[in-house]
Design a protein around this ligand. Structure first.
Ligand code: URA
Length: 443
């Protein structure tokens, strides 16, 4: 087999066989196939696409490139959750305690943020002492005892994705449905859960800019899951504006803890409740989505979600006094309030722009090597649809940088669009995709 012939075939819109795809992935991971040939192949795939059979074969070859986790000796229903990435997306911090309280077991591998989106691991590291580097035994022990654990990628799961993703990132080939589907599904399948819930973000701050593409991606991922004997449920959620009010690591942990005590922002709480209800239905714990919604809302009115989170922080060696007293979290030196010079209604809040503003404030990395400032980020004071008067605060930027006030304030303001007419609030839930296709839930 010659890589040249495979690239040429794909360039002309041909279909790659399972063996050819396996040859490409194995050769690339081993270093036998150089980056320049894989880049050409990625670009050919980008323009000519892959069908479902090729995408499934790609996923399989990626899973087989590294270790896989066998969760079968943990009692109970093993589930996993993944989001395609957004701004202000602290959903795992709320959803995992809820799922564990409902009797599900979650052993979750999470990533760090890159670009304008945040990563769960960085958020958790803003809790002093918190250990994100669990080995396999520690992870399983915590899942058995507390119901869930979250760790960085300490095992060598899907090395093909690490290498391919880095290459896609610098060759402008990230946003292809087959490449995204195989990247996400290979990691979820290697992690061993029987049921996988995916939160596919749609909008300006997400990879999927429109609902049609998101539905296509979702249907592909459901089919791939089926080929591996996994049940996959997908929720499409809105990423036209940041989720909740907080963007930035410790700021998001604080918002998540408040949400666990039923004092969170409306959109974020709605999404967490809906995701948990979907998982309860998928796993057969509840017969209907409505029953799941009722059960989750009732749970949030109790102290149990908060206490479950305290247990989790304790199990992963974090300082629980910070969770019990949120004022203990260190604050950034500067808080720049951004004032509205328009009046009317908030029409848009560009999630990507807010994410980038938070990144520049110190909350994210522009390169892999950069250190994160856990105190930095933004708190929005307005959401889409809110009325605004001259002089109202649109939000506050938290940073330790003294020389960026003007640039940060300007970039924050640029994320906002205004209207003189009333504007409808965004529906955080767009719809669901399962075996039976897409259910549109926009009101
Ligand atoms: N998230 C992933 O894990 N992979 C992609 O390709 C895109 C989003």
């Amino acid at each position: 087999m010659r890589v040249y012939d495979l690239i040429n075939n794909k360039k002309h819109g041909g279909q790659l066989s399972d063996e050819e795809i396996k040859f490409l992935i194995d050769g690339y991971v081993k270093g036998d196939i150089p980056d320049y040939q894989m880049s050409a192949m990625l670009m050919a795939i980008y323009f000519k696409g892959m069908n479902l059979s090729e995408t499934t074969a790609l996923t399989r070859a990626m899973v087989e490139s590294g270790e896989t986790i066998d969760l079968s000796f943990i009692d109970g229903i093993k589930v996993d959750k993944h989001s395609t990435g957004g701004v202000g997306d602290k959903t795992s911090l709320v959803l995992l305690p809820l799922m564990a309280l409902c009797g599900l077991k979650v052993s979750k591998m999470s990533g760090r943020g890159l670009g304008h989106t945040g990563g769960t691991i960085d958020k958790l590291e803003s809790i002093p002492g918190f250990n994100v580097n669990l080995d396999r035994d520690e992870m399983f022990y915590i899942v058995e005892k507390f119901g869930f654990a979250i760790s960085g990628q300490t095992l060598d799961l899907v090395p093909a994705d690490k290498k391919l993703y880095a290459l896609r990132d610098v060759t402008a080939t990230v946003d292809n449905l087959s490449l995204i589907a195989s990247s996400i599904m290979s990691k979820k399948i290697a992690s061993g859960a029987d049921i996988i819930l995916l939160d596919v973000k749609v909008g300006s701050g997400a990879f999927m800019k429109n609902v049609d593409d998101a539905v296509q991606l979702a249907e592909m991922m459901v089919s791939i899951g089926k080929s591996f004997g996994r049940k996959v449920g997908i929720v499409l959620s809105n990423m036209e504006e940041p989720l909740g009010f907080a963007v930035g690591n410790s700021l998001e942990v604080i918002e998540a803890v408040k949400t666990l005590s039923n004092e969170g922002p409306e959109d974020f709480t709605t999404l967490c409740v809906f995701l948990n209800a979907t998982m309860l239905k998928l796993s057969g714990i509840c017969d209907t989505l409505e029953e799941g919604l009722e059960k989750t809302k009732a749970l949030l009115k109790t102290d149990d979600p908060f206490l479950k989170f305290v247990d989790f922080v304790y199990a992963q060696k974090g300082d629980t006094t910070y969770i019990k007293d949120l004022t203990k979290f260190e604050k950034s030196k500067y808080a720049y309030k951004v004032i509205s010079t328009s009046e009317g209604y908030i029409k848009t809040i560009d999630a990507e722009k807010i994410g980038l503003c938070s990144l520049v404030a110190g909350a994210g990395r522009a390169t892999k090597e950069e250190e994160i400032d856990h105190t930095a980020g933004v708190i929005l004071h307005k959401k889409v649809g809110d009325q605004v008067a001259f002089g109202d605060a649109l939000g506050v930027i938290y940073t330790n940088k003294s020389d960026e006030k003007e640039a940060l304030t300007e970039s924050f303001y640029e994320a906002f669009g205004f209207s003189s007419e009333p504007v409808r609030k965004n529906n955080v839930i767009i719809g669901m995709v399962d075996d039976h296709g897409f259910i549109d839930m926009r009101k």
